[in-house]
Design a protein around this ligand. Structure first.
Ligand code: FES
Length: 278
C-alpha cells in the first residue's frame, strides 16, 4: 500500500515566522532602502523650487516646467492663482504623473508590498494578516489606474527627449554673458550625456510596461491575419523584449532620473562644474 505524506511548508504563523535558513530578508531590506532613499530625496528635491536648471539643462523632476522663473518655463512665472499659503515649486505641477506611474507599476507594487508593507514579505514567511482581499476592492482597486498613468508617462518621454535635444543648444555668449537677441550654438557637456541617457533609460522602462503590452498585443486572436495585426505583433514583440527585464529597467531608470536631478542641481548651485566637451 502506498503511503503519501503531506509536504511540510517552512512557514510559521505570525509576521516573519519561517523555517527558512537562507538570507530571505536581504532582498526586501535592500529594496526598502532603495525605494525609501529615492522617495525621501525626490520629495526634498521637488520642494526646493531652486537650482533645477543650469544653462540648457533642466532637472527631469521639474520638466516640463509649466510655470516658473527660469528660461525653460512654458507659460511664464508662478501663476497668480497659486494659493499663497502653499510653497511653490514647478515640480509640484508635474511630478505627480511620473510618480503615479511608478507607484502603480506592477513591478513596484510587488516591491513595496513585500519590502515596506511586509505583506507578504517573502515566500514561505509568515505575515501579520490572515485575510486577503487583493486589488479587487477599495483601496487597492485604485491601482488599476496604472493604464491611464501609462499614457501620461509616454508623453513625458517626449518631454524629456526634447530636454535632451535642448541640452545641446547653448546660448552664444560674449565675455561670459548671453548676447541680447543672440542665437544658439551646438555644444555638448557632460550634462548633455546625462540628460540623453535619462529618457533612453526611462523609455526602456516605460515601453516595457505590462499595460502597454496589453494595449498593443491584447484582445487579439490572430497576429498574422491582417497587415495591422502583423504591425501589432511586431510592437508586441518589442514591448515584450523590454518587459522581460522590467525590474532591471525600473531600477536603472529610477537611479538615472535621480542622478540627473542631482547633476543639474550641483551644476546650478556651482558645487560641481559641468564638463564642456565643445
Ligand atoms: Fe511597470 Fe507599467 S507595469 S510601468
Amino acid at each position: 500500500m502506498n503511503q503519501t505524506t503531506s509536504p511540510v511548508l517552512p512557514q510559521g504563523a505570525g509576521l516573519g515566522a519561517t523555517l527558512r535558513r537562507d538570507l530571505w530578508w536581504l532582498g526586501p531590506a535592500a529594496t526598502a532602502v532603495g525605494l525609501l532613499a529615492f522617495v525621501i530625496y525626490s520629495t526634498w528635491a521637488a520642494l526646493q523650487g531652486t537650482n533645477f536648471w543650469a544653462g540648457p539643462y533642466i532637472s527631469p523632476f521639474y520638466s516640463p516646467e509649466l510655470f516658473g522663473d527660469g528660461p525653460h518655463a512654458w507659460f511664464g512665472p508662478k501663476p497668480t492663482w497659486w494659493p499663497g499659503a502653499l510653497p511653490f515649486s514647478p515640480a509640484l505641477l508635474v511630478l505627480w504623473a511620473p510618480g503615479g506611474f511608478r507607484l502603480t507599476c506592477y513591478y513596484y507594487r510587488k516591491a513595496y508590498y513585500r519590502s515596506i508593507w511586509l505583506d507578504p514579505v517573502a515566500c514561505a514567511v509568515g505575515e501579520a494578516r490572515s485575510s486577503f482581499r487583493g486589488e479587487n476592492s477599495f483601496p487597492l482597486i485604485w491601482q488599476n489606474i496604472h493604464r491611464y498613468f501609462m499614457y501620461l508617462a509616454v508623453l513625458f518621454i517626449a518631454f524629456l527627449s526634447y530636454d535632451a535635444v535642448r541640452s545641446y543648444c547653448w546660448e552664444t555668449h560674449a565675455n561670459g554673458t548671453p548676447v541680447a537677441g543672440g542665437g544658439h550654438v551646438f555644444g555638448m557637456g557632460l550634462g548633455s550625456l546625462v540628460l540623453t541617457l535619462n529618457p533612453l533609460f526611462l523609455a526602456s522602462y516605460t515601453f516595457g510596461c505590462h499595460s502597454l503590452r496589453h494595449l498593443v498585443g491584447g484582445k487579439k486572436d490572430c497576429f498574422s491575419c491582417t497587415a495591422s495585426s502583423r504591425t501589432r505583433y511586431q510592437a508586441w514583440r518589442f514591448v515584450s523584449a523590454l518587459n522581460r527585464h522590467h525590474q532591471l529597467w525600473a531600477w536603472v531608470s529610477l537611479f538615472m532620473v535621480g542622478f540627473s536631478d542631482i547633476y543639474v542641481r550641483l551644476v546650478a548651485a556651482g558645487t560641481w562644474p559641468d564638463i564642456r566637451f565643445f
